[in-house]
Design a protein around this ligand. Structure first.
Ligand SMILES: O=C(O)C(=O)Cc1ccccc1
Length: 311
């Protein structure tokens, strides 16, 4: 019997990133093989090229908002779908090579989201010291270990992995910040509805009055709550925006499917980014009776009867 090859999971690397920690939450120890990627774009490209089966990437943070590389990477290029979301509480250390003191730090390197989430604390500990962006917190720790920079903001586990020591612990300005990561794959069979799911979309609206209201109405009239909506420039079309949004429910549910079909009629483009179990610890709002699958099915039978003359 030929063996099924192990699932290949790409993640924002190198070893020691929060993305790797999120991947460990999403898949069991020993399940599949893990492939660190140098950037979010590289992780998504590996999936698109068939070099990985899934990618674990950061999507948004409770303090800093969305991660543009992921938002844009999912809105453009061959379509990928979210199959799982993972929420991780992140804590940061300021780490350096052994023997370094705060006085000896001439620059701090990290992922832009980590620098943004620690900006006030860094300004207090290291007034006037410049910060520099890195592709990830672990890439920053590795660069410090290699002597390219003096200090990094990273996860405690990354400091340990690259032989650094903490100059300061818990340097987050807002302790308890949560980052949302997503596991994305090439389109295929969807995760089955669980009764507490989310659906993600990117819609491009026409440049006309009320276009966004038209989008929102399609959700509202079907009793569907949005959990996130934000605008992003389309980048290739000047002043044309897309809206990236998450709503409650699964595309297999009639209300969500009908809303998507309606958006397909009223928007310039609708990109379906998947339906997957909700993992933020919250429960979807109750579905109004008139938006339940049974109500849609009954209305469909009634309409069919009108058309055949049987009703
Ligand atoms: O760089 C990492 O470790 C990541 O996974 C991205 C990130 C950066 C800062 C906060 C949360 C996730």
């Amino acid at each position: 019997m030929p063996q099924t090859p192990p699932t290949r999971f790409a993640y924002l690397g190198p070893e020691g990133t929060f993305a790797e920690a999120a991947l460990s939450r999403a898949v069991a120890p020993g399940e599949g093989v893990r492939q660190p990627a140098v950037s979010v774009a590289a992780a998504l490209a590996a999936v698109r090229a068939g070099e990985a089966d899934a990618a674990l990437v950061p999507l948004e943070n409770s303090v800093e908002g969305s991660v543009p590389a992921t938002m844009d990477g999912l809105a453009e290029g061959d379509r990928l779908v979210v199959t799982r979301e993972v929420f991780l509480t992140v804590s940061f250390v300021l780490a350096a090579r052994p023997g370094t003191t705060l006085d000896g730090v001439g620059g701090v390197v990290s992922h832009p989201h980590a620098l943004a989430q620690t900006a006030r604390t860094l300004a207090r500990l290291l007034p006037g010291v410049p910060t520099l962006p890195a592709s990830s917190t672990a890439a920053a720790a590795r660069a410090v270990a290699e002597g390219a920079h003096d200090a990094a903001v990273c996860a405690p586990i990354a400091a340990e992995r690259y032989g650094l020591v903490p100059l300061a612990e818990d340097v987050a300005d807002h302790p308890g910040a949560v980052t949302r990561f997503v596991l994305v794959s090439r389109p295929g069979a969807l995760p089955a509805p669980t009764g507490n799911d989310k659906t993600s979309l990117v819609v491009v609206v026409a440049d006309r009055t009320g276009a966004l209201l038209d989008v929102l109405r399609e959700f509202a009239v079907r009793g569907i709550s949005l959990t996130r909506i934000e605008s992003r420039p389309t980048r290739d079309r000047l002043w044309v925006y897309s809206f990236s949004l998450d709503c409650e429910g699964h595309v297999a549910e009639a209300r969500v499917g009908e809303a998507l079909a309606a958006l397909h009629r009223v928007c310039e483009d609708v990109r379906f980014l998947g339906s997957y179990p909700r993992a933020d610890g919250r429960t979807n709002r109750p579905v109004p009776d008139e938006s339940a699958d049974t109500a849609f099915a009954e209305a469909g039978r009634w309409l069919a009867g009108l058309r055949t003359g049987d009703a």
